[in-house]
Ligand binder design. Structure first.
Ligand code: MG
Length: 164
């Protein structure tokens, strides 16, 4: 199991790395005018390297695919088919990805989830299959990659040491 496999898995579900990077760019270019799409792609790939992120993706995507095949036990199958707004487990799972990079990731996650930026809109169309988990996983990945960029840039600044 590797980063390449996770990219393949996302691709199979209709999500290219570039479409996640597009959301990252949208979130961060206002703060970093020199930011390039390539840096955003690189940041998404760095997030995908974390094993806990990979495991989270396997779990959420498996549940989406099982729901598409009608293979989940009830009432979970019905909840997933309806994409019940109060379900909440999809967001809870995806927040695991975001929390890897602290609070900035958390606020970005909420924003992407509400704003339905880029590919998020596509994933929220009900006629395109079951994406109960995938939309939140994409938001989580974008938020984490975005927080990672913010942390790296803040890390480059030098602050005076506080008086002891
Ligand atoms: Mg969802």
């Amino acid at each position: 199991m590797s980063k390449a496999y996770v990219e393949e898995l996302l691709e199979r579900r209709g999500v290219g790395i570039e479409s996640i990077a597009d959301i990252v760019f949208h979130l961060q270019h206002g703060y970093y005018p020199d930011l390039t799409l390539e840096e955003c792609v690189e940041s998404v790939r760095a997030v995908l390297q974390k094993r806990e992120v990979q495991y989270t993706l396997y779990t959420g995507i498996a549940l989406d695919e099982l729901a598409e095949k009608g293979l989940l036990p009830q009432p979970l199958q019905a909840l997933m088919e309806a994409d019940e707004p109060l379900f909440g487990v999809d967001e809870t799972l995806a927040l695991g990805i975001t929390s890897v990079y602290g609070m900035i990731g958390l606020t970005s996650f909420g924003y992407v989830d509400k704003d339905k930026t880029g590919i998020m809109k596509q994933l929220n169309r009900k006629d395109q299959g079951v994406h109960v988990f995938l939309d939140d996983l994409v938001a989580g990945l974008a938020a984490a990659a975005s927080a990672r960029i913010a942390h790296r840039n803040e890390g480059a600044k030098h602050y005076p040491t506080p008086p002891s």
